[in-house]
Ligand binder design. Structure first.
Ligand code: ADP
Ligand code: MG
Length: 697
């Protein structure tokens, strides 16, 4: 295929593309001519119908046509040109902040205009701000036709116009029509089973939808041609993660049999029995650890489902086999808590456990590092301080990462690399309390095996959740008083509009004074992110020991803190937090077996999203259901966290909309790997570019 070469030549072979334009295109990932075709429209504008002004509503993007009734210049804070246009069904105001005399003259009374823009509400009529417009003549039918097809709108970058992108897609499509090729990496028989069109047809359609295209389907992204491309894109992402997985899989890892006697001893010492779900997941982990290749397993479990114990089982398996284990947490507070929890469980078994917190004194740190390097320390707990350069393990067999969404893929792999001991790599266990809907997990975590702890320890009662306006604060304070008088403990969480940690801490400092005054019989204390590690720890320990009744806190307590006697949580300005964060916070109560409650206070008025979020929390305690709705409200990028979302920067697919495709993607990936292995690399390159190499692991 000599002609194929044309479309894989550099983009400068297209007419009008010089070095400057090429540099801009490069920013969009467009390097060769073919890339232009895979730079897909982000959306479409519908300029195919003329909308009567009387039928417009706010938010519409529409083409209208009417006669100028009046044009006037207003001198307010900034000069504004206003033009009233009517078409017999209604009138609308065109508003311009930038204009010149020529423009002003062109908008004379009686002129007929065709305009395109977004409809907004205005003081008197609806408005369009800086619409596109041009004069048309009332009688002439020719030359003034409205667009016949939907107008594609491309993602772009500074200094690159839509028209330029349209022109370039036009050129490449023309070559395609002349017989130049783009290779279809999806085998024909696969497309036939899925009833999806071939690649060239799909590309032509989405760049230049034909006149009779079903507009609504296309605007919604559900047209078969779009679905075909979305499918291919999801497949490419899936394959790239699988490739990453396969690369890790090729390495060797120590065979860890267990969990054996140590874990049996631990179980003996516990006042409770493992849940069925914990047992099952521990079994899945044990099976992985016995293989001579690195485990890569993600354990998802709702807050309070008992992930720590599952991690302890894996840690003990490593220790028993003579290896070290590292437990990594996303915050100092959580690392300290893990250190205590694991310490309480493991030290009595004779296991030597050490903390490598970020804020250790230099001498203590040097000593801790030496104990790790000599192998004296068997289990190390810490934050990302664990994978700094000067930290070395003697014989690292297992890495446990808690709350995975805070660490990116790269950090995860960096820690893993650390364990490389003459070609042997540690096993990895990743735990997250932010459950991710199955379909999303299949896309985002295709490089991991997934276990789910889908059962809470018995006796847990759902947290009763109420939503109250800030004006009822006094009642809430009374409620705290009653709960603590009954020997329970409570959290009061402060949030703030500003993202600033300083201000958030200040608000907590003010609140603690006010609450201590209002509740003189209670022991009230404060914990926030700017306190020293040792101070924080002292307060948390006192709270855990029951020496504090009411703990005022910033959102630092979000993850992991475990005080079973705390049965009431008040969250101020709850409307400002996301669903997942609220669910995590709420998970700090309801950990014992008494009835617990969470009071979500908000400042009216609530936005629609804010209302939806708070209602969701009131209605359900199920982390998976909450995650599903969070995905609906915020979309996958946000749900997965910023670091992780880089993996899911999709051009055309939409994980939510295209959910139904995802199981088919999985099957197609297997088929491609088996029957068409040579298609895999070019398919990934086409959609993800050269950037996605994840280091050489
Ligand atoms: P998370 O999954 O949120 O990390 P934790 O591991 O902190 O949950 O466990 C929450 C609480 O439940 C802890 O106090 C823990 O000791 C307790 N727990 C764990 N497993 C069980 C069980 N099988 N039965 C009763 N309590 C349990
Ligand atoms: Mg936890």
């Amino acid at each position: 295929m000599t002609q194929t070469a044309e479309l894989i030549g550099p983009v400068t072979q297209l007419k009008g593309v010089g070095p400057r334009l090429a540099a801009r295109l490069e920013r969009l990932g467009i390097r060769v001519a073919q890339d232009v075709l895979f730079h897909l429209p982000a959306r479409y504008q519908d300029r195919t119908r003329l909308v009567p002004i009387g039928a417009l509503s706010v938010g519409d993007q529409a083409v209208i046509e009417g006669e100028v009734q009046l044009t006037e210049l207003r001198y307010g804070k900034r000069p504004t040109l206003l033009s009233r246009v009517s078409d017999g069904t209604g009138s609308i105001t065109l508003r311009f902040f930038h204009f010149n005399a020529k423009q002003r003259d062109a908008l004379q009374r009686g002129v007929r205009l065709r305009c395109y823009g977004e409809v907004r509400s205005g003081a008197v009529t609806l408005e369009m701000v800086h619409p596109e417009y041009r004069p048309v003549s009332a009688d002439a039918m020719n030359g003034d036709e409205i667009e016949e097809t939907l107008t594609p709108i491309y993602p772009t970058t500074e200094g690159l116009h839509q028209l330029t992108l349209r022109n370039l897609t036009g050129q490449t499509l023309a070559r395609l029509n002349d017989g130049a090729g783009v290779e279809d990496w999806l085998p024909a028989e696969l497309l036939a089973t899925l009833r999806l069109p071939d690649l060239a047809a799909a590309l032509r359609y989405v760049h230049r939808p034909p006149v009779d295209a079903p507009v609504d389907e296309l605007l919604a992204g559900r047209h078969p041609t779009q679905q075909r491309l979305a499918f291919e894109e999801l497949l490419a992402h899936h394959l790239s993660l699988r490739q990453l997985r396969a690369r890790v899989e090729r390495h060797r890892a120590p065979v860890l049999r267990g969990p054996g006697e140590l874990f049996a001893d631990l179980q003996q010492s516990l006042p409770f029995r493992l849940t069925g779900a914990q047992q099952r997941v521990i079994g899945e982990i044990a099976a992985d650890l016995q293989r001579a290749h690195p485990m890569q397993r993600l354990v998802q479990g709702d807050v309070g489902s008992g992930k720590t114990l599952v991690a302890a089982a894996a840690v003990l398996a490593a220790v028993e086999a003579g290896y070290q284990a590292a437990v990594m947490a996303p915050t100092e507070l959580l690392a300290e808590q893990h250190w205590r929890n694991f310490g309480a469980w493991l030290a009595p078994l004779g296991v030597r456990i050490d903390s490598l917190a970020g804020k250790l004194k230099a001498s203590a740190r040097t000593a801790a590092i030496a104990r790790l390097a000599s192998g004296e320390t068997q289990v190390a707990v810490g934050t990302h301080a664990l994978f700094q350069d000067e930290v070395n393990f003697k014989k690292l067999g297992l890495v446990v990462i808690d709350e995975q969404h805070r660490f990116g893929v790269h950090q995860r792999l960096a820690l893993w690399e650390k364990g490389n001991d003459s070609g042997r790599y540690p096993h990895q266990l990743i735990m997250t309390a932010t459950p991710i809907p199955r379909t999303l997990a299949m896309t985002a975590y295709a490089d991991l095996d997934v276990s789910v702890i889908d059962e809470l320890p018995p006796g847990r009662q759902p947290v009763e959740t109420v939503v109250v306006p800030g004006s009822r604060r006094d009642e809430v304070v009374q409620r705290v008083k009653l709960a603590c008088r009954d020997g329970r403990q409570a959290y009061w969480v402060c949030t703030l509009i500003e993202e600033s940690e300083v201000l958030q801490c200040q608000a907590a400092e003010d609140t603690v004074v006010i609450l201590a005054e209002a509740l003189p019989d209670l022991r009230v204390a404060l914990v926030h992110g700017r306190m020293k590690g040792t101070e924080k720890e002292a307060v948390m320990m006192a709270f855990k020991a029951g020496d504090i009744d009411l703990l005022v806190a910033t959102t630092v307590i979000e993850v992991g803190v475990d005080v079973p006697n705390a049965s009431l949580m008040v969250i101020e300005n709850a409307e400002r937090l996301g669903l997942a964060q609220l669910h995590q916070l709420r998970g700090r109560v309801g950990r014992g077996n008494q009835k617990s409650a969470c009071v979500l206070m908000y400042q009216p008025p609530l936005s629609r999203q804010g209302r939806a979020r708070l209602a969701t929390l009131r209605e359900t305690n199920d982390g998976f259901e909450i995650a599903r709705r969070d995905l609906e409200i915020r979309g996958p990028g946000e749900v997965l966290g910023t670091r992780q979302s880089g993996l899911l920067q999709l051009k055309i697919a939409d994980v939510l909309r295209d959910q139904a495709l995802i199981p088919k993607v999985d099957a197609a990936a297997q088929r491609l790997l088996r029957d068409y292995p040579s298609h895999v690399a070019p398919l990934i390159r086409r959609w993800l570019g050269e950037a996605v190499q994840f280091g050489d692991v």
